[in-house]
Design a protein around this ligand. Structure first.
Ligand SMILES: Nc1ncnc2c1ncn2[C@@H]1O[C@H](COP(=O)(O)OP(=O)(O)OP(=O)(O)O)[C@@H](O)[C@H]1O
Ligand SMILES: [Mg+2]
Length: 260
């Protein structure tokens, strides 16, 4: 009888095709998993606060931006302190509130993996503080950035020092914004600074005011919005966050077509 071999043949064919199908199935599953992971990675925004100029407000703005993200319900946010001065970690250690989180980057070369891990853990934003230098740390951080925030004070001295920071940001082809910090909005020096900055790149429409509260908030692990939730300073920080968000296409408001 020829039924058995042919049945066997048909059976083994079925087995073969079953094996093939399950291989394809595994392959597709793996592909879907990888795509889901890459979507997850893309869904965390990495903001690097950088400027070669010391005292421009990097640490202050990194801490305040992360707190504002949490306060506006856009978190979770995680801070990473890459500055050996460790001012940001010091502020965070003083902090009583649970959020934002703070993560240690074990090594500079491990930063991309650390960010992938944080994205996988579900963080929506990573805010990285950097040292006042142009070196390996800043280059690695900037390479990992989705957006570089460059704070500056309004003095000509501060503005002149921006060139080298801008060079490495542009070398890395990263989007960036300027934030005029510790200035008095409406004064001639602030207006001139904004005009000059806007010749070189996008400038945050909110000038971050010169407020003594920043010093006290930074020394006790809080943000100025926690000290004065309805104050002008808190409103400026919210405007800063909205501006940062507007640099990402997914946060851009969808324009509704008007039909006559
Ligand atoms: N908007 C502001 N108003 C008043 N004081 C401010 C403001 N921003 C920052 N400061 C103060 O300026 C000083 C320097 O700020 P900060 O430490 O954030 O700068 P930085 O760029 O991180 O400095 P470094 O380059 O040393 O890391 C701090 O004493 C801080 O409290
Ligand atoms: Mg600092």
């Amino acid at each position: 009888m020829c039924t058995r071999p042919s049945a066997l043949f048909r059976g083994s064919k079925r087995l073969e095709s079953h094996a093939r199908t399950s291989k394809i199935f595994d392959f597709v599953k793996e592909l879907i998993r990888k795509r889901a992971n890459s979507r997850k990675l893309k869904s965390m925004k990495t903001i690097v606060v950088a400027s070669q100029k010391g005292g421009s407000g990097k640490t202050t703005l990194a801490a305040h931006l992360a707190v504002t993200i949490e306060r506006r319900g856009c978190g979770p946010a995680v801070l990473i302190d890459l500055d050996p001065q460790a001012t940001l970690s010091g502020w965070w250690n003083q902090r009583e509130a649970e959020t934002p989180a703070c993560a240690a980057a074990q090594s500079l070369s491990g930063l991309p993996d650390k960010l992938a891990e944080l994205a996988e853990a579900g963080f929506a934003w990573a805010v990285i503080d950097t040292p006042p230098a142009i070196g390996a740390t800043n280059r690695v951080a900037i390479a990992a950035a989705d957006l570089v925030v460059i704070p500056t004070r309004a003095s000509p001295h501060d503005l002149n020092a921006l060139g080298s920071t801008l060079d490495i940001v542009q070398e890395a082809a990263k989007p960036f914004v300027f934030v005029l910090n510790s200035a008095k909005p409406g004064t001639a020096i602030a207006t001139q600074a904004v005009a000059l900055l806007s010749e070189h790149g996008p400038v945050c429409p909110a000038v971050i005011g010169d407020r003594v509260m920043y010093a006290s908030s930074m020394s006790d692990g809080r943000s100025i919005a926690e000290l004065d939730p309805n104050g002008k300073g808190a409103a400026e920080l919210e405007e800063l966050l909205e501006f940062v968000k507007s640099r990402f296409p997914e946060f851009k408001k969808v324009k509704v077509k008007q039909y006559a």
